[in-house]
Design a protein around this ligand. Structure first.
Ligand code: PLP
Length: 453
């Protein structure tokens, strides 16, 4: 290890507080530091290569150091890195907005930029809330799904339903009405009954709160952070119909699912759903730079028009809203989707992934496998019959992912769910290599691990 690398690790431990990380364990142990990337591989400071099995936390699309995106950022640097969108236009953000509207569901016509998934959700909630205020029919509440995750800011946490992450903050949050997540593996009944159970609860909440629900918010098709909980087929479409029938807005949070992950450009497309508001982030720049967007209908946008003293303005914005470098990266990423026919290439990759999932499903301690396109989860349980989980203290998922890392795949679990979510542009050979590492680790190491604990 050269001195620069040694020093950067020392500085990291001295100064950095890592997200979603128990820092006690971090400070005690030797840690891996990623130094560079090469296509679908990450390279650590010792030169070891790992397939990026979780697309750098679900955002990388075309791989790392992609020439077209690198060049687009460099070209934009030659013009300007950033100028504000507050009362001022900026060309890269305008060009990107047109491209986003072209690929988004047809009814979405306007783009409000921000810089993370969480902020795109905050904006969606505030737009829904203020829209009803502006049209003189104020509504105060939101409906969300249990176990949902929409980011870590207070509004996003208020509509989030993950006990482990969110319960501590309850006194700080606004009240949200929750319906149980349609989690088929943990539901005693058929897929249809599972969907109907949740939809029935939402219907009841809508009826009980007529005229007071600003929006229903949901992750479309799959609840990622909850452990890749894949919704029953038709759930999203039925949710859309329900929100229309009971005259409320539907916000879809496509932060994780957007940009090819479910096999289509957006999850909404899979069930031909047109939401009122759509949040996108993560993959929007190909996984290069922080950028997010909240897309809305013309009707919502029009609800904010008026003279200044009518106070209908949307008073929300962030300093780096619509950052030009990030927009340039996003434009290049969307062009690569076309040039490399990424969406058309997905069925073959999804088929391979599903073939491996079938093999994995029959292994000991694998309770459930599930996927929505390229987003897959393998749930490890203590008892396949009762579906009982291992106690959290054993950290089975984390231990398995550490072994997979040693075997050349960069993985990160969600509790005991092993997440497989490579960049969607990954080539078949590299995908097969990744899946071999996952399969072999689960086949050979999991029984051994359970013997020790
Ligand atoms: N919404 C969903 C569905 C997510 O999966 C995430 C992050 O995983 C977020 C929002 C938050 O995004 P960010 O981490 O960019 O704030």
């Amino acid at each position: 290890m050269n001195n620069d690398i040694k020093r950067s690790m020392e500085l990291d431990k001295r100064y950095i507080w890592h997200p979603f990380t128990q820092m006690q364990g971090w400070l005690e142990a030797e840690q891996m530091v990623i130094d560079s990337g090469d296509g679908f591989y990450l390279i650590d400071t010792d030169g070891n290569r790992y397939i990026d099995g979780i697309s750098s936390l679900w955002c990388n699309v075309h791989g790392h150091r992609v020439k077209k995106i690198d060049d687009a950022i460099k070209d934009q640097l030659g013009k300007i890195a950033h100028s504000t969108l507050l009362g001022l236009g900026q060309s890269a953000s305008a060009v990107l907005a047109e491209k986003l509207i072209e690929i988004a569901p047809d009814n979405l016509k306007k783009v409000f930029y921000s810089d993370s998934g969480a902020t795109s959700v905050e904006i969606a909630l505030k737009i829904a809330y203020q829209y009803y205020h502006n049209i003189g029919k104020p509504r105060k509440k939101f409906i969300a799904l249990g176990d949902s995750y929409h980011g870590d800011t207070i509004g996003a946490v208020s509509v989030g339903g993950m006990e482990l992450f969110h319960s501590i903050y309850k006194p700080m949050l606004f009240e949200t009405l929750f319906a149980p997540s349609p989690n088929l593996y943990r539901f005693d009944g058929t897929s249809r009954q599972c969907a109907e159970f949740t939809l029935g609860k939402i219907k009841q909440l809508l009826k009980d709160n007529t005229g007071n629900i600003a929006a229903v918010i949901a992750e479309p098709l799959v609840q990622g952070a909850a452990g890749i909980i894949v919704h029953p087929k038709g759930f999203l479409k039925n949710l859309r119909e329900l929100t229309k029938k009971y005259d409320t807005l539907l916000i879809v949070d496509e932060v994780a699912t957007g940009f090819g992950k479910t096999g289509k450009m957006f999850a909404c497309e899979v069930e031909s759903v047109q939401p009122d508001i759509m949040c996108v982030a993560k993959g929007i720049t190909g996984g290069y730079l922080p950028l997010a967007a909240t897309l809305t209908t013309q009707e919502l946008f029009d609800g904010f028009l008026g003279e200044v003293d009518e106070c209908k303005t949307f008073y929300h914005g962030h300093t780096y809203t619509g950052n030009a470098l990030a927009c340039a990266a996003a434009i290049a990423s969307l062009e690569l989707f076309d040039e490399n026919k990424i969406i058309a290439s997905l069925p073959k990759k999804i088929k391979l992934l599903e073939e491996y999932l079938e093999k994995i499903a029959v292994l000991p301690f694998v309770g459930n496998v599930r996927n929505a396109g390229m987003m897959a989860g393998v749930e490890i349980v203590k008892d396949k019959g009762t579906k009982q989980s291992f106690e959290n203290k054993y950290q089975v998922g984390a231990k398995l992912c550490a072994i997979m890392r040693d075997n050349g795949a960069m993985m990160r679990p969600l509790s005991d769910v092993i997440v497989i979510m490579p960049p969607v542009a990954i080539d078949i050979e590299t995908l097969r290599k990744l899946l071999d590492i996952v399969y072999e680790t689960l086949q050979n190491e999991l029984p051994e691990l359970t013997r020790i604990i």
